[in-house]
Design a protein around this ligand. Structure first.
Ligand code: CP
Length: 314
């Protein structure tokens, strides 16, 4: 089956919306684009003549740079818009801003926003494609896709693997997106951390919720660490950062509970020696920088696939 018969969407909003077949289509396409980045000439003409706007209304290092490089490698024309330098600061609505961008015959908008659902709202109103680069605590589909890609590359499959996501689940779009992607591809998912940050409600979606770090790590093939998102927390969810690190951090003491060949992952940015000890962040089992490398291939694949579904004339 070809990618064009599986992928029919002009937007990428959430992994919740996608079938296992669509997720695998992105991962398989990303494998091909990863080969492009290993060539001497790393550029292909797949998006020549297309214009992409990167609208980042919330801070980002990895995702923003990765999308921009992906667009360059696909030969797209690129415009970067930041909240501080746009008329959003003067009170213009997000819809008006993006309608003005669309009026310039822009093809795709890659957007990060603090409001959950902002990309869905725009995708319903506009004919250009919308790619969600993270919306509040709701969804971060390309981060989860690069995590899935990295696990599949290292372990051969997602099916039957035990994946523990440990940390601030409550405020994490990465946890939610990983949850949908991992479950759809047949992995067993554990959400772990303090009970204030890992509510039992997630069990209804099919994940195991665990508030004991030893139980959470024993038998895990993969542990994905999440940082404490102080910027999204309105109250103290645990007594102190030091205590969190001691009880729920991955360090030399807690590492021994994992399987010998377990992968250590982190979406970044890392708070070293809080959720993850500095030594383990840089140890041979850590694939954190490989996640970043794979993010480029995954984003090239996503942009290529959604651009292929834009209406004629775009
Ligand atoms: N992983 C991630 O989304 O990082 P940035 O916030 O730096 O983009």
């Amino acid at each position: 089956m070809t990618a064009s018969s599986v992928w029919t969407r002009k937007d990428l909003l959430s992994l919740y919306d996608l079938s296992a077949e669509e997720i695998l289509c992105i991962l398989d396409t990303a494998e091909e684009f990863k080969k492009v980045s290993q060539r001497n000439i790393k550029k292909v003409p797949a998006l020549r003549g297309k214009t992409v706007v990167n609208l980042f209304v919330e801070p980002s290092t990895r995702t923003r740079i990765s999308f921009e490089l992906a667009e360059q490698r696909l030969s797209a024309d690129i415009i970067n818009v930041s909240a501080d330098a746009s008329s959003l600061r003067k009170g213009e609505t997000l819809l008006d801003t993006v309608k003005n961008i669309e009026a310039l015959q822009v093809d795709l908008v890659v957007m990060r926003h603090s409001a959950p659902g902002a990309p869905n709202y725009l995708a319903n109103q506009l004919s250009c494609g919308i790619v969600n680069a993270g919306d509040g605590a709701h969804s971060h589909p390309t981060q989860a896709l690069l995590d899935l890609f990295t696990i599949r590359e290292k372990k051969g499959t997602l099916k039957g693997l035990n994946v523990t996501i440990l940390g601030d689940i409550l405020h994490s779009r990465v946890a939610r997106s990983n949850m949908w992607g991992l479950l759809k591809l047949g992995a067993n998912v554990t959400f772990a951390g303090p009970s204030t940050l890992v509510p039992r409600e997630f069990e209804q979606a099919g994940v195991r919720v665990c508030h004991n770090i030893r139980e959470a790590l024993e038998g895990a093939d993969v542990v994905n660490l999440l940082r404490i998102q102080h910027e999204r927390q309105k109250k103290g969810f645990f007594p102190s950062t030091g205590e969190y690190a001691k009880v729920f951090g991955l360090n030399a003491d807690t590492f021994k509970y994992l399987k010998k060949d377990a992968l250590i992952m982190h979406p970044g940015p890392i708070n070293r020696d809080v959720e993850l000890s500095s030594a383990l962040a840089d140890c041979p089992q850590s694939v954190i920088l490989e996640q970043v490398t794979n993010g480029l291939a995954v984003r090239m694949a996503v942009l290529f696939l959604v651009a292929g579904c834009l209406k004629n004339g775009r």
